[in-house]
Design a protein around this ligand. Structure first.
Ligand SMILES: [Zn+2]
Length: 347
């Protein structure tokens, strides 16, 4: 049953907050926002924005719900995992029951250079729920090129970080991190795990930033890199150097290299073998030995001089070859193979 439409009735306690008010709530109800990645951060942010009364929310995700998601991805349940529900669809179903007045637009897609404009051109605010450096550089290029703000967030272990990037008002993500980290140089949720509470803490910071932007208060946004450890309760705020901006390839020089990336790989189905082969457009940055060290922290790994075999699950093996080829055994689904490969090597 729909609740009364009057903003005062539904959002009275929120409107009472001195930084908001009826005018801000009206702006919120007209704002459009996209969340890229509906995993732990994305689902927690979506929950908050939908309850707060954002006007339009596009939720984009390439993955489906698994049992191992449920300890931290709060929009999903066991039934979603049993049914292999795409996260975008499962999330939309829950979010519409939370607030039927919000226009929720689920998209099952992998965001890449060829589709990012189509996916984001209709929205004003972009929120990162990706936990993936490649996607963040792509979002950043798009943000600077199209002068739209985006809100970065990342979590691993017990800690997380966030920053808000507003073209012409702040430095950009590329000013902060000019180069992506080497594979294995930073911990991920696969290698170091993650606890639910830090997800909610960082998601809450991102959602608050989105409320500021959506209610027309960008001057109050966080312009620093925030790093928070939920276990030690250490909070650090780091200035993002303006001085680097002139030399920044993205916001300083307008070289949007991530928007110009070629196709990441070509794929072949190996007939009768339940195997997909992907040929990468550019080589992985690590040797087989380095990959072995990286993956052996989370998976059963076998290696010889010709290949590296990672046992991803009882059904799926992923095999890396030194000549930029990756085979995914146990599936004939190219999209699944591509998604899994991206998840493993962040290409
Ligand atoms: Zn920059």
């Amino acid at each position: 049953m729909k609740e009364p439409q009057q903003l005062e009735t539904r959002y009275g306690k929120q409107i009472k907050v001195h930084t908001l008010g009826v005018r801000a709530q009206e702006k919120l109800s007209l704002a459009s926002c996209a969340i890229i990645g509906m995993g732990a951060l994305g689902s927690a942010i979506a929950d908050q924005l939908v309850r707060a009364g954002i006007g339009y929310l596009r939720i984009i995700d390439r993955d489906f719900v698994e049992l191992s998601n449920l300890h931290r991805q709060t929009l999903y349940d066991e039934q979603d995992a049993e049914q292999f529900m795409p996260k975008a669809i499962a999330a939309a179903h829950k979010l519409r029951r939370i607030n039927s007045t919000v226009n929720i637009d689920p998209v099952i897609a992998d965001v890449h250079a060829a589709n990012i404009e189509q996916l984001l051109d209709e929205v004003d605010i972009i929120i990162d729920g990706s936990d993936n450096f490649t996607v963040r550089y792509l979002i950043n290029d798009y943000s600077v090129a199209h002068r739209k703000p985006w809100i970065y967030g990342a979590v691993v272990g017990t800690s997380g970080s966030s920053a808000t990037f507003i073209p012409s008002l702040t430095p950009c993500f590329c000013c902060l991190f000019p180069e992506p980290p080497e594979l294995g140089a930073v911990d991920t949720c696969d290698t170091a795990g993650v606890i639910g509470p830090i997800v909610q803490m960082i998601a809450s910071i991102q959602a608050t930033e989105a409320l500021k932007l959506a209610s027309g208060q960008q001057e109050h946004c966080n312009k620093q890199l925030i790093q928070l450890d939920s276990w030690t309760m250490q909070l650090m705020k780091l200035e993002i150097a303006q001085a680097q901006q002139a030399t920044c390839a993205c916001c300083g020089q307008g070289n949007y290299q991530w928007l110009k990336q070629p196709e990441e790989f070509s794929s072949t189905s190996l007939c009768g073998r339940e195997t997909i082969q992907l040929t990468l457009a550019k080589p992985l940055s690590m040797t087989l030995e380095q990959l072995q060290e990286h993956f052996s922290r989370a998976y059963e790994v076998k290696v010889n001089r010709y290949l590296l075999k990672v046992k991803f699950s009882d059904q799926i093996n992923v095999i890396f070859f030194p000549d930029n080829r990756i085979m995914i055994q146990g599936t004939e689904d190219v999209d699944y193979a591509a998604t899994l490969t991206k998840k493993l090597v962040e290409i």
